[in-house]
Design a protein around this ligand. Structure first.
Ligand code: ADP
Ligand code: MG
Length: 229
């Protein structure tokens, strides 16, 4: 994805999101402004219900905002055709979640290759695939199915799956939420490596101050607003 030099890779202005639940409106975002430069590792913290996941879903094109503008890579997401939005979802933005969401019947290798296949690629032997596996330290675990892997290993496979297609932006929503402290540390080190070595732009939601400290910058959310950074 192209963007003009120096322009933020994500620009959010006046972002609002209202969910209608029965007859009740839930204001999940109440006017969020945020610029994220390319190459940043940004941590997003805030209490449960403050709108963090909603913010990520909008940036990733999974859900539309009620109002406000979202620019990713210089492109106005609302103005995109459905086809371009699908392309954005598939190739420019990738997610990692608290739950690893690996397909249980596939090996680690096939979970990663499926992501390439869905993006119309097949690069099992290519340099990127190898580089990702080495960075994540999972090359020796590829023939195992998720149930035979530790939580930390499963999350590393999920990260490999997320970045193998070289997304411009990695969105990690509580990626260490299901991990013990040792595995959390390993996953956070990997995210830092991806950021430093590959220049991967990363936005990470976390409840854990130690995890947030891995970010270059921390933004705090409360009641649908960014309240400080
Ligand atoms: N799909 C949805 N439908 C209705 N309400 C939702 C939905 N997703 C989130 N919400 C509500 O929006 C608010 C923000 O939620 P969320 O973005 O998940 O916050 P966080 O990730 O910070 O916990 C909460 O009040 C939540 O209940
Ligand atoms: Mg959440």
């Amino acid at each position: 994805m192209s963007s003009s030099p120096g322009a933020p890779i994500i620009q959010l202005q006046g972002l609002r999101k209202i969910y209608r639940v029965g007859k009740v409106d839930v204001e999940a975002l109440r006017g969020v402004n945020l610029d994220v430069p390319a190459g940043e590792f940004l941590a997003v913290v805030g209490p449960s219900g403050s709108g963090k996941s909603t913010l990520f879903h909008i940036v990733g094109g999974l859900t539309p905002p009620t109002a406000g503008s979202v620019r990713v890579g210089g492109h106005d997401v609302a103005a995109m055709s459905d086809a371009d939005r699908t392309k954005l979802r598939k190739s420019s933005v990738s997610f990692v979640f608290q739950k690893f969401n690996l397909l249980p019947t596939l090996t680690a290798r096939d979970n990663i290759l499926l992501a390439q296949h869905l993006a119309g690629k097949n690069h099992q032997g290519d340099a990127r695939f190898q580089q990702v596996l080495e960075l994540l330290g999972i090359a020796h675990r590829l023939d195992h199915k998720p149930a035979a892997l530790s939580g930390g290993e499963q999350q590393r496979v999920a990260i490999a799956r997320a970045i193998v297609n070289q997304p411009a932006i990695l969105l990690a929503d509580e990626p260490t939420g299901n991990l013990d402290s040792q595995n959390s540390g390993a996953v956070l080190e990997i995210l830092r490596d991806l950021n430093e070595r590959l220049g991967q732009t990363i936005l990470m939601i976390t409840h854990n101050p130690d995890a947030a400290a891995y970010g270059h910058r921390v933004v705090h959310m409360r009641d649908g607003l960014i309240v400080g950074s």
